[in-house]
Design a binder for this molecule. Structure first.
Ligand code: CP
Length: 308
C-alpha cells in the first residue's frame, strides 16, 4: 500500500513520476473552469477523508477540489469534532475510517499520530502537514520551480529564516530530486541535524551560512516561511521576531541572488515580516503558481497512493 508520509521515505522514481504526472494533468486542464471534471475520472466512486487538527486554507481547498476534479468525493473532518479528539485511539480511528473511505489525508501536530494512523489503516494515508514535515507543499514547490526554470536537479535553493517543518521537507527533496540547499538563519532555528545529514548522505551540498547576504550568492531559488508556526506560543513569537529580522527576504537580499532567481513562500505570509510586499508581488515571485500547484501535485500524489 502506498502511504505518502514523507518525501525521503518515498521512492525517488515515484516522486519524479508524480511531478511529471502533475505537470501533464495541469496542462490537460488548460484553463478549464475549476469545477469542470478531468477527462479521465481516476477517483470515480472513491471517498477521501480530509482530517484537520490544525487550520488550513490551501491544503483543505486544494485536496477537496482535486478529488472532485478526478471524480471522487470528500468528507472534511475536524479532529476536535471526531471521537479522536475525545479519547478514541488513533489505531481504532484508523481501523474504522478504513471501512468507510478509500484514502485518508491528515493534518496533525505530532508526527507519531500520522505514523500510527498509517500503521493501523488499511487504506493509504497522506501527510497534510505535521509539526515535523510538510511533503505535499514541497512537491508543489518542485513542480513550480520546474515549470518556470526547467529541471531543479543541480540548482541551489536558499532557505532563509526558520529551519521548520517545511524546510525539513525541502531538505528531503534536495536528497531525492538532486539539488543543493543553503540554510541561513539563527543557530537556534537550524533545521534538524538528521535532515541535514540525510541530504548530505544523498550527495547534496548542504551549507549553513549565518550571513544572509553571503548565503544567497548564486541562489536559483529563495524560500522563506512565517517566523512563527501554528504550534508556537506567544513568548516564542516575540523571541522569533527579534532573532529572524535580519533574515527578512527583501529586494536587497534578492539582488544578491542570481538575476533569474525565483522567490517562493508556502503561504500564508505575514507581509513585511519574513518577506516584503515588494518581493511577494515582484517579478521574481511565483507564490500564486506555487499555491495553485498544491492542487496539481496532490492530485498526482493521490493517484499514486491509489494506483490509479
Ligand atoms: N501552505 C499551506 O499548507 O497552507 P494552509 O495552511 O493554508 O493549508
Amino acid at each position: 500500500m502506498n502511504h505518502f508520509l514523507d518525501i525521503h521515505t518515498t521512492d525517488a522514481a515515484d516522486l519524479r513520476g508524480m511531478i511529471d504526472q502533475a505537470a501533464a494533468m495541469k496542462t490537460a486542464r488548460n484553463g478549464r473552469p475549476k469545477a469542470a471534471p478531468d477527462d479521465d475520472q481516476p477517483l470515480a466512486g472513491r471517498m477521501v477523508a480530509l482530517i484537520f487538527e490544525k487550520p488550513s486554507t490551501r491544503t483543505r481547498v486544494s485536496f477537496d477540489v482535486g478529488v472532485r476534479q478526478m471524480g471522487g468525493q470528500t468528507m472534511i473532518l475536524s479532529g476536535a469534532d471526531m471521537q479522536l479528539g475525545h479519547g478514541e485511539t488513533i489505531a481504532d480511528t484508523a481501523r474504522v475510517l478504513s471501512r468507510y473511505v478509500d484514502l485518508i489525508m491528515i493534518r496533525t501536530f505530532e508526527e507519531s499520530v500520522l505514523h500510527e494512523l498509517a500503521e493501523y489503516s488499511s487504506v493509504p494515508v497522506i501527510n497534510g502537514l505535521t509539526n515535523r514535515t510538510h511533503p505535499c507543499q514541497i512537491m508543489a514547490d518542485v513542480l513550480t520551480y520546474e515549470e518556470h526554470r526547467g529541471p531543479i536537479a543541480g540548482k541551489r535553493v536558499v532557505w532563509s529564516g526558520d529551519g521548520n517543518n517545511v524546510c525539513a521537507s525541502m531538505l528531503h527533496a534536495a536528497g531525492q530530486f538532486g539539488f543543493d540547499l543553503t540554510f541561513t538563519g539563527p543557530q537556534t532555528l537550524d533545521p534538524e541535524n538528521e535532515w541535514v545529514r540525510y541530504a548530505r548522505d544523498k550527495g547534496r551540498d548542504v551549507q549553513i551560512v549565518r550571513d544572509p547576504m553571503q548565503a544567497v550568492q548564486g541562489a536559483d531559488l529563495i524560500v522563506t516561511d512565517t517566523w512563527v508556526s501554528m504550534h508556537d506560543s506567544q513568548s516564542t513569537r516575540e523571541r522569533r521576531h527579534n532573532q529572524l529580522r535580519p533574515y527578512q527576504v527583501n529586494e536587497r537580499l534578492m539582488a544578491e541572488a542570481k538575476p533569474d532567481a525565483l522567490f517562493m513562500h508556502c503561504l500564508p505570509a505575514h507581509r513585511d515580516e519574513e518577506v516584503t510586499s515588494e518581493v511577494m508581488d515582484g517579478p521574481q515571485s511565483v507564490i500564486w503558481d506555487e499555491a495553485e500547484n498544491r492542487l496539481h501535485a496532490q492530485k498526482a500524489v493521490m493517484r499514486w497512493c491509489l494506483g490509479v
